[in-house]
Design a protein around this ligand. Structure first.
Ligand SMILES: Nc1ncnc2c1ncn2[C@@H]1O[C@H](COP(=O)(O)OP(=O)(O)O)[C@@H](O)[C@H]1O
Ligand SMILES: [Mg+2]
Length: 395
């Protein structure tokens, strides 16, 4: 099975390109599901479908053609189904006066529920072998970034906080009930979280397995868009997701001779070259601006032809690990593929057997191999597009 994520800034063409990719993989006979993770669903619009028809499906996969389904999750329904107990507890907390702080903390610990719902579905489909290709039309970059960090955050929460919290709650509940109005979570709340966690188990490995999951960053040849693409690139690398293609969309076709567009064409060329420089050796796919919006099955099929030509869109176009541990001349070294950073932007902290990396507002815990866990990061340097952290020899 393959999972392909399409990510990028709002409006760059994620939904159109995700849908087009699905059309093409389905035409190859691969059972394909395109899921929209953007709360502002527009997948059905890309296929020019009747909204009421989709709504009747209540967020279930909707069949488009022989091997193609699309799904726009009904978040309200998902929340009720999966988060009943958790939601009841959180709102009970919020309704008790004077505990805003506690509630805020609690909410901060529980990562995005919408995103978890999508992960639950992907994991479910994966386990059931229902599809050959799952294509995820991500929410605009800011939000999809949170989405990718959830499995790790949840794993961390379950390992470090959950068990302890549950035990404390069990002992404290009888006392707490007598002395204050603030409710402690019932055991059913913990059951609910534990149940969810079991359903999510393995999704982390699925997303970080470059033989299964790859990310395609959709961008436009413009300054601001490209900047956000760089940020997303760094983020996905940090979270160990493999980026196998960059798709530059909305390029003005060569055929346009009107002088009005001269400056546009020049600047687009500049940014295309910059993108090549930034992202090489990752393959870059270029897509022209069509003469009209890309709507309906036929237009999506045409778009897919333009993007992939005779290539198979389910292929893994590029595969490399964004970080690796190794030993060289007696010293332990961690190499991270982190283009666009300078050494000063990176903050390293070692806590127990984990290395905490902070860069550009992102934070990632990396579990260190045993041999590394014994020493501390001694030196770090940036070489080309790589951050090299030296852990010294064994102590
Ligand atoms: N190459 C293209 N040529 C012409 N119109 C495009 C192209 N790519 C996308 N569009 C149109 O631009 C709009 C935004 O695209 P969409 O795929 O919804 O972006 P996103 O999902 O990134 O917000 C849509 O109306 C879509 O039909
Ligand atoms: Mg979209």
């Amino acid at each position: 099975m393959r999972i392909i994520l399409f990510a990028g800034k709002g409006g760059v063409g994620k939904t159109s390109i995700a849908a087009a990719t699905g059309v093409k993989t389905a035409l190859q006979g691969l059972r394909t599901l395109v899921i929209s993770a953007d709360p502002a669903h527009s997948l059905s619009d890309a296929f020019d479908l009747n909204r009421t028809l989709m709504d009747k499906g209540r967020g279930l996969p909707f069949k488009i053609s022989e091997s193609l389904w699309i799904q726009e999750l009904d978040i309200q329904e998902e929340l009720q189904k999966n988060w009943g107990e958790v939601q009841r507890y959180v709102s009970a907390l919020l309704n008790t006066t004077g505990i805003e702080e506690v509630a805020a903390e609690e909410l901060a610990i529980l990562p995005g529920m919408e995103e978890i719902s999508i992960l639950l579905h992907i994991n479910k489909y994966w386990r059931a072998h229902l599809y050959d290709v799952i294509i995820l039309d991500c929410a605009p970059t800011g939000e999809s970034i949170r989405f990718v960090s959830i499995p790790t955050a949840l794993e961390w929460y379950m390992k470090k906080v959950f068990k302890l919290e549950r035990r404390i709650a069990r002992y404290m509940r009888p006392i707490a009930k007598r002395i204050s109005d603030v409710p402690l979570p019932e055991d059913s709340y913990f059951d609910c979280i534990e149940h969810l966690f079991r359903k999510l188990e393995g999704i982390d490995r699925l997303l970080t397995n470059p033989d299964i999951t790859t990310v395609r960053l959709v961008t436009n040849p413009e300054k601001m868009v490209l900047k956000e693409t760089q940020r997303a690139f760094m983020f996905f690398n940090l979270y160990k997701l493999c980026i196998d293609a960059i798709i530059i969309n909305r390029i003005l076709p060569q055929g346009i001779k009107d002088s009005y567009f001269n400056l546009w064409k020049d600047s687009q060329e500049t940014y295309i070259n910059l993108a090549i420089e930034y992202f090489s050796p990752i393959p870059i796919f270029k897509v022209n601006l069509s003469h009209s919006e890309v709507l309906g099955y036929k237009n999506l099929e045409r778009l897919a032809e333009e993007i992939y030509g005779d290539k198979n869109p389910a292929e893994i176009f590029y595969s490399t690990s964004s970080y690796n541990f190794f030993k060289k001349d007696g010293t332990y070294i961690l190499r991270l593929n982190l283009p666009f950073v300078t050494k000063n932007e990176v903050e390293l902290n070692k806590i127990g057997d984990e290395l905490v990396i902070r860069v550009g507002g992102f934070k990632k815990h990396i579990i260190l191999p045993r041999s590394f866990a014994l020493s501390k990061p001694k030196k770090a340097k940036v070489e080309g597009k790589t951050l090299i952290i030296n852990f010294g020899g064994k102590e």
